[in-house]
Design a protein. Structure first.
Length: 113
């Protein structure tokens, strides 16, 4: 199983980024997908999730700014991040779970002027 995250980088405050996570080795349509993040010195926290049935949930700090979506045909989950602030700086991890739990390698997002 592989979860390949991409799209991180350096962005100015107020800017946008879109993260992608392409899955392989799983039946993607059966899996719930999520994005987590971990900033230095902090615990990993849930950013957003989308169940296999399409139900979504967001962490309180990103509600109204971030949007999770998935393309089942492409085995890919996305995280559209708008109105970014320095507090969003973290390594973002893709997660797939059903009966088993899988993690991607993480992609770094840095929000700084």
């Amino acid at each position: 199983v592989q979860l390949q995250a991409s799209g991180g980088g350096l962005v100015q405050p107020g800017g946008s980024l879109r993260l992608s996570c392409k899955a392989s080795g799983i039946t993607f349509t059966l899996y719930n997908m999520a994005w987590y993040r971990q900033a230095p010195g902090n615990q990993r926290e849930l950013v957003a999730l989308m169940t296999s049935g399409g139900r979504v949930n967001y962490g309180d700090s990103v509600k109204g700014r971030f949007t999770i979506s998935r393309d089942n045909a492409k085995y890919t989950v996305y995280l559209q991040m708008n109105s970014l602030s320095p507090e969003d700086t973290a390594v973002y991890y893709c997660n797939a779970w059903r009966n088993s739990d899988y993690w991607g390698q993480g992609t770094l997002v840095t929000v700084s002027s």
